[in-house]
Design a protein around this ligand. Sequence first.
Ligand code: SF4
Length: 78
Amino acid sequence: MPKKVIDGLTVLIDRLICVGFEDCVTAAPAAFVMDGDGVADFADGAEGTPGAAVLEAARACPVDAIVVLDPEGKQLHP
Ligand code: SF4
């Protein structure tokens, strides 16, 4: 599962459940892109995205494929 630390938040993309509706890309285009298979992945430079935008993108995902943990490891979403 792809994982990055963005603005202090640990972000994981569960690519097995992503259904490719791109809501995350719409919400935070600096953090997420669609790959050639139509599945979400991290954008180059995703680390520079504000944490609020990443959380908004995670909340926009219809299948909760984006998991966000705070710096202490507490799950913020889903
Ligand atoms: S919003 Fe969720 S299901 Fe849609 S592309 Fe992003 S990760 Fe995949």
